[in-house]
Ligand binder design. Structure first.
Ligand code: FMN
Length: 330
């Protein structure tokens, strides 16, 4: 595999360099500040993203908690915005920039009906002129680089993703991430890496390939097929915050990464749970449940522990279960 170079993004006054070609994807309901803190532990230089932020809400002063903490975090963190109103996008992007965003990303791929029905996310794939207008206006209003995350189109026959991506480049996008599925596909079938390769061939700006990368073998294969400048990891990192760092280390240095063992996974769950409860009170347990369910896998007592954790009614009960498990594993 060819050696990947750092990705240089010249913004409208402030330039940024991405030292790590493996990127953590924005994941609504997952990639919050606590999740990012764990990803950062293994991937100090990788670009991470906030969960997508509703631009209109941010413009009106809601949802600020998603961006307000950025200045306290280390390493590059992009803020991903969604909406279809250029003015709201501009106001939100300016707010996010002043909160310390490393770059602003616009979501043009979210398939969720509630969002697409109002014209945001993947609905913009059907509105290339509006999509370009948003990119043009926002990129002029901020100093940091503007990037866009797209899918291959609304459905197979409606639009040519190469033409769509070229339009975004022309409008001022500094980098495009492509999830190799159409909106109609949702998450079904396989990501079409060949289609990403066609976009990469046609664009001058960096292209990041996304979709179905679960490990470093997939990442290497995807980079060979697409010739992309980097890869973005989504679902496979849920419950595995070490994965971005692992893939980066394995593809860049070809060194074998020491995967977390049972003890480390249980400790991670305990730390995650305690942080969530400290921040959100008892509700933290509900959020922690899914993370613990994803992380507690791949060791002998994992399924029994998952079973018990799901039934824990209070944070105290769940903490006790994890602490007892750690004693057993010692
Ligand atoms: C739970 C979940 C939340 C997601 N949230 C976002 C989001 O906020 N913004 C976004 O651009 N994509 C979002 N995605 C899509 C992923 O970022 C990624 O593009 C997609 O899952 C394909 O990559 P993967 O095969 O590595 O998961 C989400 C996906 C999942 C499963």
């Amino acid at each position: 595999m060819k050696k990947l170079s750092p990705i240089f993004l010249s913004g409208n006054g402030i330039s940024r360099s991405l030292e790590c070609p493996v990127i953590q994807s924005p994941l609504a309901g997952v990639s919050d500040q606590i999740f990012r803190k764990f990803v950062r532990r293994w991937a100090p230089k990788a670009l991470l993203f906030t969960e997508m932020v509703n631009a209109k809400s941010l413009e009106l002063g809601h949802g600020e908690e998603k961006v307000i903490e950025l200045s306290q975090e280390s390493g590059p963190i992009g803020v991903q915005l969604f909406d279809h109103r250029p003015d709201s996008m501009i106001e939100a992007a300016i707010k996010a920039e002043s909160s310390g965003a490393f770059l602003i990303d616009i979501n043009m791929g979210c398939p969720v009906k509630k969002i697409a029905k109002k014209g945001g996310g993947s609905a913009l794939l059907k509105e290339p002129e509006l999509a370009q207008l948003i990119v043009k206006k926002v990129s002029k209003a901020i100093s940091i680089p503007l990037t866009v995350k797209i899918r291959l189109g609304w459905c197979e026959n409606t639009s040519d993703p190469v033409v769509f991506a070229l339009g975004l480049q022309e409008a001022g996008a500094q980098l495009i991430t492509v999830h190799g599925r159409t909106r109609r596909q949702g998450f079904s079938g396989y990501a079409n890496w060949e289609a990403i390769s066609k976009i990469k061939q046609s664009l001058d700006i960096p292209v990041i390939a996304n979709g179905d990368i679960k490990n470093s073998r997939d990442a290497i294969k995807c980079l060979e097929v697409t010739n992309a400048d980097g890869v973005m990891i989504g679902r496979a990192s849920m419950g595995a915050p070490w994965l971005v760092g692992q893939i980066d280390e394995e593809i860049q240095s070809q060194k074998a990464f020491i995967s977390p063992d049972a003890k480390m996974k249980v400790s991670l769950c305990l730390e995650h749970l305690k942080l969530l409860v400290a921040k959100k009170g008892d509700h933290g347990l509900l959020i922690a449940r899914k993370h613990m369910n994803w992380t507690c896998r791949g060791f002998e007592s994992a399924s029994t522990l998952r079973h018990k954790l799901v039934r824990a009614r209070t944070p105290k009960e769940a903490i006790k279960l994890l602490e007892d498990e750690l004693i057993k594993l010692n």
